[in-house]
Design a binder for this molecule. Structure first.
Ligand code: DOR
Ligand code: ZN
Length: 346
């Protein structure tokens, strides 16, 4: 048995939902993450400073006693977003960032941005105030193959945007391609990227080979193996531009397992165990703390967590986490399709 103690990690991309689902999933993140960037794609979305304050209060209320967890709130950018409201919310410390969903890109993104020109006043204000823009980096045109949507986004949206507003700080969320990993690594320090545990572990075969497996369907969709290998290389490289964003996105099994199933992988319960396994396989356990606990706060201009967490490497494979129960049905936890020898010391 080996023990690995690291600074407490954060999750720089998390879907907590609301109501009963929020109560059910929150402890699974708060048990290991000191802070999390909370995605605003509720129905209706979190658009104003007041929406963010109210949502933060609901998260704090749902947190059981004994957890030390800080939600970092994010506003959902719409073509009606008010720059003055966003600026005020940032100055009051209510929000940490603003999220750009191209309209139609993913779950609850109908209110997203169709025309980037329409949100330029907001983006200019954000560049001036140092508010990070988090991007779901996929184009949504029917003419673009779903496996190419991230690479096309880089060429047709991200590069022009960065040329137009070089001082805007941008996080390319949940990258899934070699193109994105290479692009971010080569960019200036205003661009960084989050990587999910599942995109480090599965390729598109997990979704499509040997029968269709809706639990592996998320957006951006997992790509071919060469891309997964590029992501593993980026995450384990020690490069400060890459950090952990789980994109843990719970949907009940009835909503996943249907003719048109929802996109999202729920990985909060086993994120750290899966990450430790990947980093161990790469002989890069010394880089895990940077990826999970250091690089994110550095990009966001925050201090690192003061507490620590210990991971235990057992001699035998550890049991997979059970599904979690909610009033609307159970939520299946990400199955990494490999043996996991790590647990978190409780
Ligand atoms: O797979 C995904 N699920 N990707 C997203 O971008 C959104 C998320 C969700 O909210 O379910
Ligand atoms: Zn997400």
């Amino acid at each position: 048995m080996t023990r690995l103690t690291i600074t407490r990690p954060d999750d720089w991309h998390l879907h907590l939902r609301d109501g009963e689902m929020l109560k059910a999933v929150l402890p699974h993140s708060a048990s290991w993450a000191g802070r999390a960037i909370i995605m605003p794609n509720l129905v209706p979305p979190v658009v104003t400073g007041n929406d963010a304050s109210a949502y933060r209060a609901r998260i704090e209320q749902a947190l059981p006693d004994g957890y030390d967890f800080t939600p970092l709130m994010v506003l959902y950018l719409t073509q009606q977003s008010d720059p003055a409201d966003i600026r005020a919310a940032h100055e009051k410390g209510v929000i940490q960032a603003v999220k750009l969903y191209p309209a139609g890109a993913t779950t609850n993104s109908a209110s997203g941005v169709k025309d980037i020109d329409a949100v330029m006043p907001v983006l200019e204000m954000m560049a001036e105030c140092g508010i990070p823009l988090l991007v779901h980096g996929e184009v949504t045109h029917d003419s673009v193959d779903i496996f190419d949507r991230e690479a096309v986004f880089i060429d047709t949206v991200l590069t022009p945007l960065r040329e137009r507003l070089p001082s805007l700080r941008i996080v390319m969320e949940h990258i899934t391609t070699e193109q994105a990993a290479t692009y971010v690594a080569a960019a200036d320090s205003n661009l960084a990227a989050t990587i999910t545990p599942h995109h480090l572990i599965i390729n598109r075969n997990a979704i499509l080979a040997g029968g269709i497996k809706p639990h592996y369907y998320c957006l951006p969709v997992a790509k071919r193996e060469t891309h997964r290998l590029a992501l593993v290389k980026a995450a384990t490289s020690g490069n400060e531009k890459f950090f952990l964003g789980t994109d843990s996105a719970p949907h009940t099994d009835p909503l996943k397992l249907q003719a048109c199933g929802c996109a999202g992988v729920f990985n909060a319960p086993n994120t750290l165990a899966c990450l430790a396994q990947v980093f161990e396989q790469e002989n890069a356990l010394d880089k895990l703390e940077g990826f999970a606990s250091m690089n994110g706060p550095r990009f966001y201009g925050l201090g690192v967590n003061e507490t620590h967490i210990t991971l235990i490497r057992h001699d035998t494979p550890q049991p997979a986490p059970a599904p979690i129960e909610t009033v609307d049905g159970q939520v299946t936890v990400f199955d990494p399709l490999m043996e996991i020898y790590w647990t978190i010391d409780s």
